[in-house]
Design a protein around this ligand. Structure first.
Ligand code: 5GP
Length: 138
Protein backbone atom coordinates (compact mmCIF):
# COMPACT_ATOMS: atom_id res chain seq x y z
CA UNK A 1 0.00 0.00 0.00
CA UNK A 2 1.55 3.38 -0.96
CA UNK A 3 1.77 6.22 1.58
CA UNK A 4 -1.52 8.17 1.64
CA UNK A 5 -0.67 11.91 1.88
CA UNK A 6 -4.20 12.57 3.19
CA UNK A 7 -3.92 10.39 6.30
CA UNK A 8 -4.92 12.22 9.50
CA UNK A 9 -1.37 12.73 10.80
CA UNK A 10 -0.16 14.10 7.44
CA UNK A 11 -3.05 16.57 7.61
CA UNK A 12 -2.13 17.51 11.19
CA UNK A 13 1.51 18.02 10.09
CA UNK A 14 0.32 20.35 7.29
CA UNK A 15 -1.83 22.28 9.79
CA UNK A 16 -5.08 21.31 8.03
CA UNK A 17 -6.46 19.65 11.18
CA UNK A 18 -5.83 21.05 14.66
CA UNK A 19 -3.95 19.20 17.37
CA UNK A 20 -3.00 19.90 20.97
CA UNK A 21 0.73 20.31 20.54
CA UNK A 22 3.30 19.16 23.11
CA UNK A 23 6.59 19.60 21.23
CA UNK A 24 7.85 20.36 17.72
CA UNK A 25 11.25 20.54 16.05
CA UNK A 26 12.47 20.47 12.44
CA UNK A 27 11.95 16.71 12.05
CA UNK A 28 9.22 15.69 14.52
CA UNK A 29 5.92 16.70 16.13
CA UNK A 30 4.39 15.46 19.41
CA UNK A 31 0.71 16.02 20.23
CA UNK A 32 -1.99 14.69 22.53
CA UNK A 33 -3.88 11.59 21.40
CA UNK A 34 -7.48 12.76 20.96
CA UNK A 35 -8.76 9.35 22.15
CA UNK A 36 -6.33 8.83 25.04
CA UNK A 37 -5.98 5.47 26.73
CA UNK A 38 -4.62 7.19 29.85
CA UNK A 39 -4.21 10.79 30.99
CA UNK A 40 -1.12 12.18 29.27
CA UNK A 41 -1.20 9.88 26.20
CA UNK A 42 1.04 11.58 23.62
CA UNK A 43 1.79 10.66 19.99
CA UNK A 44 5.17 11.33 18.37
CA UNK A 45 5.43 11.50 14.56
CA UNK A 46 8.33 12.20 12.22
CA UNK A 47 7.72 14.85 9.56
CA UNK A 48 8.99 12.44 6.91
CA UNK A 49 6.26 10.71 4.87
CA UNK A 50 6.51 7.11 6.05
CA UNK A 51 3.67 4.71 6.51
CA UNK A 52 5.34 2.62 9.18
CA UNK A 53 8.66 2.02 10.86
CA UNK A 54 9.81 -0.23 8.00
CA UNK A 55 9.66 2.67 5.49
CA UNK A 56 11.25 5.31 7.70
CA UNK A 57 14.83 6.48 6.99
CA UNK A 58 17.48 5.95 9.65
CA UNK A 59 17.62 9.70 10.12
CA UNK A 60 13.82 9.94 10.57
CA UNK A 61 13.90 7.04 13.02
CA UNK A 62 16.64 8.61 15.06
CA UNK A 63 14.82 11.97 15.18
CA UNK A 64 11.56 10.26 16.18
CA UNK A 65 13.21 8.25 18.96
CA UNK A 66 15.02 11.30 20.34
CA UNK A 67 11.63 13.04 20.59
CA UNK A 68 10.02 9.94 22.12
CA UNK A 69 12.63 10.01 24.89
CA UNK A 70 12.31 13.79 25.38
CA UNK A 71 8.51 13.57 25.64
CA UNK A 72 8.61 10.47 27.88
CA UNK A 73 10.95 12.29 30.27
CA UNK A 74 8.62 15.31 30.33
CA UNK A 75 5.55 13.09 30.88
CA UNK A 76 7.40 11.39 33.74
CA UNK A 77 8.35 14.69 35.34
CA UNK A 78 4.94 16.34 34.84
CA UNK A 79 2.60 13.47 35.70
CA UNK A 80 4.70 11.11 37.86
CA UNK A 81 3.24 7.86 36.45
CA UNK A 82 4.25 4.49 37.90
CA UNK A 83 5.41 3.43 34.44
CA UNK A 84 5.44 4.46 30.78
CA UNK A 85 4.62 2.27 27.80
CA UNK A 86 6.14 3.14 24.42
CA UNK A 87 4.06 1.51 21.68
CA UNK A 88 4.34 1.34 17.93
CA UNK A 89 2.03 -0.74 15.72
CA UNK A 90 3.20 -1.76 12.24
CA UNK A 91 0.32 -2.48 9.78
CA UNK A 92 -3.37 -3.10 10.39
CA UNK A 93 -2.87 -6.70 11.50
CA UNK A 94 -0.77 -5.39 14.38
CA UNK A 95 -3.38 -2.77 15.35
CA UNK A 96 -2.19 0.25 13.32
CA UNK A 97 -5.11 2.52 12.41
CA UNK A 98 -3.35 5.67 11.15
CA UNK A 99 -0.85 4.99 8.39
CA UNK A 100 1.81 7.59 9.19
CA UNK A 101 4.43 6.07 11.49
CA UNK A 102 4.10 7.13 15.14
CA UNK A 103 4.99 6.14 18.68
CA UNK A 104 2.53 6.19 21.58
CA UNK A 105 3.91 7.54 24.87
CA UNK A 106 1.48 6.14 27.42
CA UNK A 107 1.82 6.91 31.13
CA UNK A 108 0.49 4.12 33.38
CA UNK A 109 -0.60 4.05 37.00
CA UNK A 110 -0.81 0.85 38.99
CA UNK A 111 -4.40 -0.33 39.33
CA UNK A 112 -5.76 2.22 36.79
CA UNK A 113 -7.72 0.90 33.83
CA UNK A 114 -6.75 1.94 30.31
CA UNK A 115 -9.46 3.27 27.97
CA UNK A 116 -9.85 1.20 24.79
CA UNK A 117 -7.49 1.97 21.90
CA UNK A 118 -8.73 4.86 19.73
CA UNK A 119 -12.35 4.81 20.90
CA UNK A 120 -13.21 7.51 23.48
CA UNK A 121 -12.81 11.06 22.17
CA UNK A 122 -11.76 13.78 24.64
CA UNK A 123 -12.27 17.46 23.79
CA UNK A 124 -9.24 19.67 23.16
CA UNK A 125 -10.16 21.93 26.11
CA UNK A 126 -9.61 18.98 28.48
CA UNK A 127 -6.33 17.92 26.81
CA UNK A 128 -4.80 21.41 26.73
CA UNK A 129 -4.04 21.73 30.49
CA UNK A 130 -2.41 18.28 30.48
CA UNK A 131 -0.33 19.27 27.42
CA UNK A 132 0.64 22.55 29.14
CA UNK A 133 1.84 20.59 32.15
CA UNK A 134 3.93 18.28 29.94
CA UNK A 135 5.28 21.24 27.91
CA UNK A 136 6.40 22.95 31.11
CA UNK A 137 8.45 19.85 32.00
CA UNK A 138 10.28 19.67 28.61
P1 5GP B 1 -2.53 3.47 15.85
O1 5GP B 1 -3.72 2.57 16.06
O2 5GP B 1 -2.37 3.76 14.38
O3 5GP B 1 -1.28 3.01 16.51
O4 5GP B 1 -2.87 4.79 16.61
C1 5GP B 1 -3.52 5.89 16.08
C2 5GP B 1 -3.83 6.79 17.25
O5 5GP B 1 -4.21 8.04 16.73
C3 5GP B 1 -4.98 6.29 18.14
O6 5GP B 1 -4.53 6.17 19.47
C4 5GP B 1 -6.04 7.37 17.98
O7 5GP B 1 -6.72 7.64 19.18
C5 5GP B 1 -5.26 8.57 17.50
N1 5GP B 1 -5.97 9.46 16.62
C6 5GP B 1 -6.79 9.12 15.59
N2 5GP B 1 -7.26 10.23 14.97
C7 5GP B 1 -6.70 11.28 15.62
C8 5GP B 1 -6.81 12.71 15.42
O8 5GP B 1 -7.49 13.22 14.54
N3 5GP B 1 -6.08 13.48 16.28
C9 5GP B 1 -5.30 12.96 17.28
N4 5GP B 1 -4.65 13.82 18.06
N5 5GP B 1 -5.20 11.63 17.48
C10 5GP B 1 -5.89 10.81 16.66
Amino acid sequence: MPYDPNNIFARILRGEIPCVKVYEDAKTLAFMDVMPESEGHVLVVPKEDAQDILDLSADGLSAMMATVQKVARAVDKALAPDGIQLRQYTRAAAGQTVFHVHFHVLPLWEGAHLAPHGKVMVEAAKLEPIAANIRSAL
